[in-house]
Design a protein around this ligand. Structure first.
Ligand SMILES: *Cc1c(COP(=O)(O)O)cnc(C)c1O
Length: 421
């Protein structure tokens, strides 16, 4: 274990070697966070499941414990002590994700919501301020958590252009999401950060992934991912992570050590392994989504398509802030809630399920599910369904949607013929 701790701590220092070589995203996705493997004599990522670690002595163990309980990393002499404080498998994933997000550090949590919880606790505690300003729309769970009052912070909601006006002297953090859930609204990160001034801005980058967008390049202090989604990419791990600088990382690690929201090592392993194919997956999913969105726009059963890759998006942010429009699509159906019901129950290749970002396509109804706890003024319309486009063949996906959209028309006795794209 001590050797493992030495290795991973050395590897954090060694990441500068990768920087100096200016590796591109695709190379970093495969190689970052694996710098100590050669010295360990292994090629695949090791999974360290120990909950506790033999102590070299009371003094060294105690000092290491002290370092981690206050936000540091293990002292190489004292080791990792206890798995709630630090874990080498998780630390490798963190160092890789930090590289992809252009930050020096990252801190991983048991879920995206555990990560957001830690960000609120850390920023309010450290600044002695108790107000959080949240830009709507947000993921339903984030909206719910922030509105709940559970974290002791006073949270107010506003729109992106209202940030400067709604900021208060006691604002500890601004929270925003782009593309935002579920309507894929693009929010100008630079504009929000400028409006926030010295107040740190947290950007939920779950939908864009570091392949398409790096919020710190536009002024964000904290970049949050529900790693459950694209980072994992295979629908088999729940996790969260925040990329940030050393000082926020120390503060987040302290909250994590004390409250216990650490990511399990198996999750750290799966997420790190998933990063290797992240650029390939995101680009393949995006190419599918672009075709499906354009086809849906011409479909008679569809009233409106929300996808940043379509002509309606006049934000100018695709290309400038985001390298591409991503792979999430929202669709308003002409037949409203009834059609949403028949579509979600007729599709076969799309799974009717919440979550997103995996290699397989999903469809869900935000107002009934992911955005159920959201206040009525911020709730998505009943005619809206959300698609997470996977890596299947796009023609098979379109045929599946076409059949599902036709089922409603057919059930109403209207002409079932719909044009094929
Ligand atoms: C799913 C999701 C979250 C919450 O993450 P969990 O891992 O489910 O806790 C936060 N933000 C966005 C945008 C999400 O899609």
């Amino acid at each position: 274990m001590i050797a493992l701790v030495h290795g991973i701590i050395d590897s954090v220092a060694m990441t500068s070697r990768l920087t100096s070589r200016h590796l591109h995203l695709d190379s970093l996705a495969v190689h970052a966070g694996r710098e100590d493997l050669q010295d360990l004599g292994v090629h695949a990522l090791p999974i360290d499941l120990s909950t506790t670690n033999p102590l070299p002595g009371i003094d060294a163990g105690g000092l290491s414990y002290e370092a981690m309980a206050t936000g540091g990393i293990p002292d190489p002499e004292g080791g990792a002590v206890y798995a709630r404080l630090w874990n080498p498998t998780v630390a490798r994933f963190e160092s890789a994700l930090a590289r992809l997000e252009h930050t020096t550090e990252a801190v991983a949590f048991a879920s995206g919501m555990a990560a957001l919880t830690a960000a609120v606790l850390a920023t309010t505690h450290d600044s002695g301020r108790r107000h959080v300003l949240a830009v709507r729309p947000l993921y339903g769970g984030s909206d719910h958590l922030l509105a709940s009052g559970l974290l002791g912070a006073e949270v107010t909601f506003c729109s992106a252009h209202d940030v400067a006006r709604r900021l208060r002297p006691d604002t500890a953090m601004v929270v925003m999401e782009t593309p935002a859930n579920p309507t894929l609204d693009l929010v100008d990160i630079r504009a929000v950060c400028d409006a926030a001034g010295d107040v740190p801005v947290l950007v939920d980058n779950t939908f864009a992934t570091p392949v398409l967008q790096n919020p710190v390049d536009f002024g964000a202090a904290l970049v949050l991912h529900s790693a459950t989604k694209y980072l994992g990419g295979h629908g088999d791990v729940v996790g969260g992570v925040i990329a940030c600088d050393e000082s926020y990382a120390a503060s987040l690690r302290r909250v994590r050590a004390v409250t216990g929201g650490i990511l399990h090592p198996l999750g750290g392993y799966l997420l790190h392994r998933g990063l290797a194919t992240l650029p390939l997956r995101v680009r393949a999913q995006q190419a599918n989504a672009q075709r499906i969105a354009a086809w849906l726009e011409t479909h008679p059963g569809v009233w409106r398509v929300y996808y940043p890759g379509l002509a309606y998006d006049e934000s100018g942010l695709v290309g400038r802030q985001m390298k591409g429009p991503g792979a999430m699509i929202a669709v308003e159906l002409r037949g409203g809630y009834e059609q949403a019901r028949s579509l979600t129950s007729t599709v076969e290749l799309f799974t009717h399920a919440v979550s997103l970002g995996g290699v397989d396509s999903l469809i869900q109804h935000p107002a009934a599910l992911t955005h159920r706890p959201v206040a009525s003024e911020a709730k998505p319309p009943a005619s809206l369904v959300r698609l997470s486009v996977g890596i299947e063949d796009h023609e098979d996906l379109m045929a599946d949607l076409d059949r599902g959209l036709g089922a409603h028309t057919a059930s109403r006795g209207a002409a079932a013929a719909v044009p094929r794209g």
